[in-house]
Write a protein that binds this ligand. Structure first.
Ligand SMILES: *Cc1c(COP(=O)(O)O)cnc(C)c1O
Length: 410
């Protein structure tokens, strides 16, 4: 811990120079070298986001009565998202800082609902083995037992396993649409029906899918039912800061029933000298700019803007899937229907292939069970399909038979 405040500060120029210096080794996301973390949607979108940030750089979304603009924008972001996810009349939600907070808030609501309205002393969470770690984190924070649903042969949540684990103490059953590691959509209809049979909540984690699946569906990509159209689905999370193309700090959590949001997710307190304090999710002070940027990009793009980008993402994903599958010895993990995928091999060492790809400037995340490399396709990747596949063919040919020799890492 060697950093200290500089005694007299630095000039703005020096601050900027230092910052740019620090960025030198950062991943080149503009050049489409990354396959996670950043979702570039075009320079025009970047400009809209920057302008929205400048406009709302200093306000605080803690108190919506002080800044009615933020209340309106947050409500409209939630309503537009609810509409995309086919939420029924009466659904309500809020914005959060990201998928993790949306999930924590939804799980907390399920826990408190189970305690208060079903009289369950120790409510449990039931999540597929492929679900995002945010659920495990939520169970840990909220001190809930968490049971893991095994994956079936097609790597989606296994229904027999879910049937064995569900019970009178189940507060919430989770399905991903899609999951992050393999990009597969769990059998939402069956899992939601199973939850409903046991009076449990069913949360569909559409953190990464919420702003791409609805548009892929409209472009004709065949997808199973995954949203509020499925009767037993009680809540959903969708990150505007992923395929909504907003800057970070913007996610939405929605409950089919407003009562759940207000009575089991929200927190209100007035037994201190500071007066009435309340929040719908975890954060107190919240950046206005994250809300403003989400509202701005959604209104700027509109349905046609998202559709256009979804078409590019669909074409690019299809080209990558076909290109990868055509390489002898490589195959996709499962049959990913959307824009997330992982590929693996029965004969090659994926860690070694990943190392060669690293050396060629690509950033592919490593996965386990099976060892695989992961990709999340954005509109920005349309420009690099052939270059990527050329490098992948090279990596495979040069690291053919070294399975098991290279250290794997994430
Ligand atoms: C990204 C993601 C999350 C968590 O979202 P953060 O914004 O990183 O907190 C949860 N579930 C899925 C499926 C995700 O892809």
């Amino acid at each position: 811990m060697a950093a200290k405040l500089s005694p007299n500060g630095m000039s703005k120029q020096e601050v900027m120079d230092r910052m740019r210096g620090l960025k030198q080794d950062d991943a080149d996301w503009r050049g489409a070298r990354t396959w996670s973390l950043v979702f570039p949607a075009g320079e025009d979108v970047d400009e809209v986001l920057e302008a929205a940030h400048r406009e709302f750089l200093f306000e605080n979304a803690l108190n919506p009565f002080r800044f009615p603009s933020l209340r309106v924008m947050e409500e409209e972001v939630v309503e537009m998202t609810a509409d995309l996810l086919n939420a029924p009349e009466g659904a309500r939600g809020c914005m959060t800082s990201g998928g993790t907070e949306s999930i924590l808030a939804a799980v907390k609501a399920a826990r408190d609902h189970a305690r208060a309205e079903r009289n369950i002393a120790e409510p449990e969470l039931l999540v597929p083995a492929s679900a995002h770690p945010a659920f495990i984190k939520a169970a840990h924070y909220l001190d809930m037992p968490c049971r893991r649903i095994e994956l079936a042969d097609d790597l989606r949540a296994d229904l027999d396993s879910a049937r064995q684990l569900v019970g009178p103490a189940t507060a919430m059953l989770v399905a991903s649409a899609p999951n992050y590691p393999h990009g597969l959509i769990d059998p939402v209809e069956e899992l939601a029906a199973l939850a409903a049979e046991h009076d449990a909540f069913c949360h569909v984690d559409a953190c990464v899918g919420g702003f791409i699946l609805p548009f892929l569906e409209r472009t004709g990509v065949p997808l199973p039912a995954f949203d509020f159209r499925v009767p037993g689905v009680t809540s959903m999370s969708a990150d505007v800061h992923k395929y909504g193309y907003a800057t970070k700090g913007a996610s939405v959590v929605i409950h089919r029933d407003a009562h759940t949001l207000l009575n089991h997710q929200a927190f209100f307190f007035d037994d201190w000298p500071g007066g009435m304090y309340g929040s719908l999710a975890v954060a107190g002070t919240r950046p206005a700019s994250a809300i403003a940027a989400a509202w701005a990009v959604m209104n700027y793009l509109g349905e046609e803007g998202y559709l256009e980008r979804a078409r590019v993402v669909a074409q690019t994903s299809a080209a990558l899937k076909a290109g990868i599958s055509a390489i002898d010895g490589l195959r996709l993990v499962g049959d990913p229907p959307a824009s997330l995928m992982a590929f693996c091999s029965d004969q090659y060492d994926m860690g070694a292939i990943g190392d060669v790809m690293d050396a060629r400037g690509w950033h592919l995340d490593r996965q386990e069970r099976p060892p695989a490399l992961h990709m999340m396709v954005t509109p920005n990747h349309a420009q690099i399909v052939e270059r990527f596949l050329d490098d992948l063919r090279f990596a495979v040919s040069s690291h053919g038979e070294s399975k098991g020799k290279s250290a794997r890492y994430n």
